[in-house]
Design a binder for this molecule. Structure first.
Ligand code: GSH
Length: 211
């Protein structure tokens, strides 16, 4: 049985955004059942947990004594089991992987720079930093939009692990591309997938059940 770690509690603004959502979504796409191991405050620092997640973060994927951290690595590992996330054709598969890395490495850091400024609201340095952080994130988002063009998904007609990861990154701060109808349609198309809705419902249910 697959188990993934998630937090028992996070503040309201983070509910629906915690990165175990990506793994739940991938598992839902390929139809693999899973259980969750919910961590209470402080449990992520226990030596046993640090042994499988050096940074004390979620998610961790566990199956038959095998443990894996980093949501990108986990989504790719799950994708190995089904063409629904990673196409069999080697080049299409490499492109899906490319888009997953683009989401995590070329887009997410810049969206997160903007997102984390909210924790310093009112501080002079944060007020000064915000316009340039927003401008840089929007430059990357414009590049993404251009590459997407009129295709339904990043690599064409087929949804892949790259789209799954990109959608989870984009939905962190959709206000950053509010004027880009193409990116908004793309994000809506990804999030309309029943597997995403099931994953989101499951994350929210775990928070309710743990309360
Ligand atoms: N690069 C990691 C990031 C994981 C991550 O940031 N997890 C957050 C929840 S969304 C977390 O555990 N935060 C608590 C912490 O960093 O101490 C991944 O993608 O798995």
């Amino acid at each position: 049985m697959i188990t993934i770690t998630a937090f028992a509690w996070v503040p309201d603004f983070a509910r629906g955004q915690v990165r175990d959502l990506r793994v739940r979504w991938a598992l839902e796409e390929v139809g693999l059942p899973y259980a969750t191991r919910l961590l209470n405050q402080g449990e992520q620092d226990a030596p046993g947990y640090r042994a499988i997640q050096p940074f004390g973060q979620v998610p961790v994927f566990e199956e038959d004594g095998f443990a894996l951290f980093e949501s990108g690595a986990i989504v790719l590992h799950i994708g190995e089991r089904s063409e629904r996330l990673l196409p069999r054709d080697p080049q299409a598969r490499a492109r899906a992987t490319q888009w997953l890395f683009a989401a995590l490495n070329s887009i997410e850091p810049h969206i997160m720079t903007v997102a984390t400024l909210m924790f310093y609201e009112g501080e002079a340095w944060a007020t000064l930093r915000e316009p340039s952080a927003v401008a840089f994130a929007q430059k990357r988002l414009a590049g993404l939009s251009q590459a997407l063009g009129e295709k339904p998904y990043l690599d064409g007609d087929t949804f892949t692990a790259g789209d799954l990861m990109m959608a989870t990154v984009l939905r962190i701060r959709p206000d950053l591309f509010a004027d880009d109808a193409r990116l908004n349609r793309y994000l809506a198309r990804c999030l309309m997938r029943p597997a995403f809705q099931r994953a989101l419902d499951a994350q929210m249910k775990d928070f309710r059940d743990a309360a």
